[in-house]
Design a protein around this ligand. Structure first.
Ligand code: PLP
Length: 395
C-alpha cells in the first residue's frame, strides 16, 4: 500500500491542529436530534412495505438499475415518479437525479454559459458551489438573504445602471443572470424572502433557482416552500431532494419541459452514472403516497414541535444565542471548534444526539450546535433537551 503523499499528510495535520478532523461517527442509540429525517419516514415500515408492493405491481424482482438512464437504467417506474413529482410540486416537468449533490452539480455545471452571471448566497450548499466551479459562467456570492446586495452585485458585475446587461449590447448577446438561493438553509435553518427574490427576478428577466432540499415534503401540504408561496411559475428551477424529510434517497430538478430536455442532453452527472435502482425509485413513490395520506399528520406534529422548541428556548432565556429560524433546523452559536465539540459531547453523554458543526464547514467563529427537530421527538424529549442545553451553557 502506498504512503499518503506528504502534502496530503500536512493537510490532515493542519486539520488536527485546528481541531477540525472529520471522523465517521459510530451509531449510538441516542435520542435523535441530528438527522434530516424530519418526518421520521426513514423508519416508517408502511413505506418499506408499499415500495415492495409497487415493485410487485410492475413485475420487478431485480436489484440494480444496470446502466445509465440513457442506456438500460430507465426503469418503467421513472416516468411514473417524474409525472407524479411534476403534478405534486406544480411544475411543468421533473427530472430525477441520483442525489441532490448530483442534481446541483449537473445543473450548475451545464446551464449557466460562458459570459453568463451566477449570483449565489454566501451560505449556499457545497454542491452548488462545486457545480458553479465546474461551469464557465462568471460567479459572485451575495450577502446571506440580502436582496439589496444582489441588486448591487448585478449592477457591478454587468456594468449596466439597470443591471440589465452591458450598455449597447444587443438583447441576443445579453448575459443570462442566475440568482441562486435555498428555501431553508441547511446550516442556519432560516429562509430568504422568496416573494421579494422572485418578484425582482421576474421584473428583471433573471432566472431564480431555489434549492428546496430542507423544505421538500414539509411546506405547502407536503410540497415545498416555493409552492406554499404560490410562486412556482416565477422560479426557473427548483431542486428537491428525497434524502431528508422524504426519508429515502435521490433528488429531482423541477422546471420547464425544455429545461428537462436540456439537462438530459448536457448534465454530465445525469448522463454518466448508473441510474437509481428500481427499489430506490419505488421507495420515493411510496414515501410520497404515505405523505399524502397518513403522513400529513406528521407535518402538524413537526410544526407543533418546532413551536415548542422555540417557546422553550425563549422561556429559558437562550433564544438570542440561536440563529432565528422557523424551520426544523435550529442552531446555537458556540464559537470555537473545541468549545462546540465539548458541548455536543456533554449533551451526547446525557443521551441526546446533537452534532457540532465545525469550521471549515461553517466560517471560523460561526461554529454551532445544530438541533434538527422531528415529528417523532416527544414533548418531553424537547423540553429536556433545552433544559440540558441551558444547564451546560451555565457551567
Ligand atoms: C441545501 C442542500 N442541497 C443539496 C444537498 C445534497 O442533497 P443529497 O444529500 O441528496 O446529495 C444537501 C444535503 O446535504 C443540502 O443540504
Amino acid at each position: 500500500m502506498g504512503k499518503l503523499p506528504s502534502r496530503l499528510e500536512s493537510k490532515l495535520a493542519k486539520r488536527r491542529a485546528e481541531d477540525s478532523v472529520r471522523n465517521l461517527p459510530v451509531p449510538k442509540n441516542l435520542i435523535g436530534f441530528s438527522s434530516n429525517d424530519y418526518l421520521g419516514f426513514s423508519r416508517e415500515p408502511a413505506i418499506h412495505l408499499e415500495a415492495l408492493e409497487i415493485l410487485k405491481t410492475v413485475g420487478c424482482d431485480g436489484n440494480g438499475a444496470t446502466g445509465s438512464r440513457l442506456l438500460s437504467g430507465n426503469h418503467v417506474l421513472y416516468p411514473q415518479l417524474e409525472n407524479f413529482l411534476a403534478e405534486h410540486h406544480k411544475a411543468e416537468s421533473a427530472l430525477v437525479f441520483n442525489s441532490g449533490y448530483d442534481a446541483n452539480l449537473g445543473f450548475f455545471a451545464s446551464v449557466p454559459q460562458r459570459g453568463d452571471l451566477v449570483l449565489y448566497d454566501e451560505l449556499i450548499h457545497a454542491s452548488i458551489r462545486d457545480g458553479i466551479k465546474m461551469g464557465n459562467a462568471k460567479s459572485h456570492k451575495f450577502a446571506h438573504n440580502d436582496l439589496e446586495d444582489v441588486k448591487k452585485k448585478v449592477v457591478a458585475s454587468l456594468d449596466g445602471p439597470t443591471g440589465n446587461g452591458k450598455q449597447g449590447q444587443s438583447s441576443n448577446n445579453r448575459p443570462e443572470v442566475y440568482i441562486v438561493t435555498e428555501s431553508v438553509f441547511s446550516m442556519d435553518g432560516d429562509s430568504p424572502d422568496l416573494l421579494a427574490f422572485s418578484q425582482f427576478c421576474s421584473e428583471q428577466g433573471y432566472h431564480l433557482i431555489v434549492d428546496e432540499a430542507h423544505a421538500t415534503g414539509i411546506y405547502g401540504k407536503g410540497r415545498d416552500l416555493v409552492c406554499a408561496l404560490g410562486i412556482q411559475d416565477q422560479v426557473f428551477a427548483r431542486i428537491i431532494t428525497f434524502g431528508k424529510a422524504m426519508g429515502c434517497h435521490g433528488a429531482a430538478i423541477l422546471g420547464s419541459a425544455a429545461l428537462r430536455m436540456y439537462l438530459i442532453n448536457f448534465a454530465r452527472s445525469f448522463i454518466y452514472t448508473t441510474a437509481l435502482s428500481p427499489h430506490s425509485v419505488a421507495t420515493i413513490l411510496a414515501s410520497y403516497h404515505h405523505l399524502k395520506n397518513a403522513g400529513i399528520e406528521s407535518l402538524d406534529v413537526l410544526e407543533q414541535n418546532i413551536r415548542l422548541f422555540k417557546a422553550e428556548i425563549n422561556k429559558l432565556g437562550i433564544a438570542d444565542r440561536f440563529v432565528e429560524s422557523d424551520s426544523a433546523v435550529h442552531c446555537l452559536l458556540v464559537p470555537g471548534n473545541g468549545t462546540v465539540k465539548s458541548l455536543a459531547g456533554a449533551l451526547q453523554q446525557k443521551g441526546f444526539d446533537v452534532k457540532p458543526i465545525l469550521s471549515p464547514t461553517v466560517v471560523e467563529g460561526q461554529e454551532r450546535l445544530r438541533f434538527c427537530l422531528h415529528a417523532f421527538n416527544s414533548e418531553e424529549e424537547i423540553v429536556q433537551l433545552v433544559e440540558e442545553t441551558k444547564n451546560q451553557l451555565s457551567i
